[in-house]
Ligand binder design. Structure first.
Ligand code: ADP
Ligand code: GN1
Ligand code: MG
Length: 359
């Protein structure tokens, strides 16, 4: 049974009223398998839901992922309870008919359901400086909402997720094994990454040593994990909460910079379209600081610029590792997709370097 058929058969196990009208596939994420269903109730009202098969190759303990998500969404719910549009400000987990936050199918796959948040946009590329500013505010606001959440309650869903040293060791292994014979074609990429190895480790090392405060972080704040109001471009909701864990806020500033300040898409093949947009950076970090300045330490503030470079670098390391390992981690749409992604990250880093003093 393919994923689509599997989705159809599991949906019935969730507590959803009405008749199933349609199911569509959403291919925006690189990790889980995502489907959107539409249900119609007796009065003809339509409600949409997101159903996801959790990728167990990536998340070994899906139950712990869901525990985190329930704890965090309940916390945010309490913060937005008085807002008129509170329903679109936080993810809502739909339980199964037997009151579980996930359904386990006959193959042992874990499925979860959220209410689909309507009347919002997602972007793979930022459309304007105003949207960048609002993305920054959205991430800052998310961190603020969780600033009084006890991070020690969280399960570590992917240990050492942003540990650059570990990611390089995984790259070393993939280079040594070269299981697909792809190494010969990526010499320049490997050389550039190796030349940047030491610099890339500073943020993780400062986090480990306690120089950077330990806070609750999202760890995957790329732009398409944020939902925007289509009229005002306000960032109303941060989704994809699988990697919520204790971390440094620089992981989150880094990923929003990586994705919102790239003039091209993450998988743009024409590298002449990929560059670092300083104006977007200013708008993005300006918006972020509006919300976060009050609680950040000087060391955190001073690290924001470097965080964009470091998180871009770690993605290059991870995409290249996956390319060499034979595409075992990320969802891909074609055979050298991970190589294309690697190259855009490297082009973005080089463009940052070329303009380093301008931002
Ligand atoms: P992945 O971990 O694979 O990235 P996500 O949880 O980010 O999966 O979901 C993939 C995409 O599905 C998102 O980028 C977003 O476009 C859409 N999506 C997921 N959940 C919702 C939701 N509750 N409401 C609206 N869109 C959603
Ligand atoms: C994955 O799940 P998604 O597509 O939002 C990945 C992130 C990477 C991102 C690169 C759990 O994010 O770490 O930054 O791809 N998520 C996981 O686009 O590995
Ligand atoms: Mg996602």
């Amino acid at each position: 049974m393919d994923n689509y058929e599997a989705a159809k058969s599991v949906i019935d196990h969730f507590k959803i009223d009405g008749r199933l009208e349609a199911i569509k596939v959403n291919t925006q994420g690189h990790i889980n398998s995502t489907f959107v269903s539409t249900f119609v109730d007796e009065d003809g009202r339509r409600t949409k839901y997101t159903h996801q098969k959790i990728n167990q190759n990536v998340f070994r303990k899906p139950k712990e992922v869901m525990e985190n998500i329930l704890a965090v969404t309940r916390h945010i719910e309490s913060k937005v309870a008085d807002m008129p549009d509170r329903d679109r400000r936080v993810l809502h987990v739909v339980f199964t008919k037997d009151h579980q936050p996930f359904f386990i199918d006959a193959d042992g796959e874990y499925w979860r359901t959220y209410v689909f948040i309507e009347n919002v946009n997602t972007y793979d590329k930022i459309p304007s400086a105003d949207a960048a500013r609002s993305l920054g505010r959205g991430i800052g606001n998310f961190q603020q909402q969780l600033s009084d959440f006890d991070g020690s309650r969280l399960n570590i869903t992917i240990p050492h997720f942003h540990d650059m040293g570990l990611r390089y060791r995984q790259l070393d292994e993939a280079i040594a094994a070269d299981v697909k014979g792809r190494l010969a074609g990526v010499k320049d990429e490997v050389d550039f990454l190796m030349a940047n190895r030491e610099r890339g480790c500073h943020i993780w090392d400062d986090f480990e040593s306690g120089k950077l405060p330990n806070r609750v972080t999202h760890n995957d704040t790329k732009m398409n994990n944020v939902l925007f109001d289509p009229e005002t471009d306000e960032a109303v909701c941060v989704i994809d909460l699988d990697t919520i864990m204790p971390g440094t806020i620089l992981f989150d500033t880094g990923d929003m910079i990586r994705t919102a300040c790239n003039t091209g898409e993450e998988d743009e093949k024409d590298l002449s379209k990929v560059s670092f947009d300083v104006e977007m950076y200013k708008a993005l970090t300006g918006g972020y600081l509006e919300k976060a300045e009050s609680f950040l330490t000087e060391t955190e503030k001073a690290g924001i610029k470097e965080s964009g470079r470091t998180i871009t670098q770690i993605m290059a390391v991870r995409f290249l590792t996956d390319y060499l390992a034979g595409d075992v981690y990320y969802n891909i749409a074609y055979s050298d997709h991970n190589l294309v992604r690697t190259r855009t990250q490297l082009a973005l880093m080089k463009s940052m370097d070329a303009q380093w003093d301008a931002f």
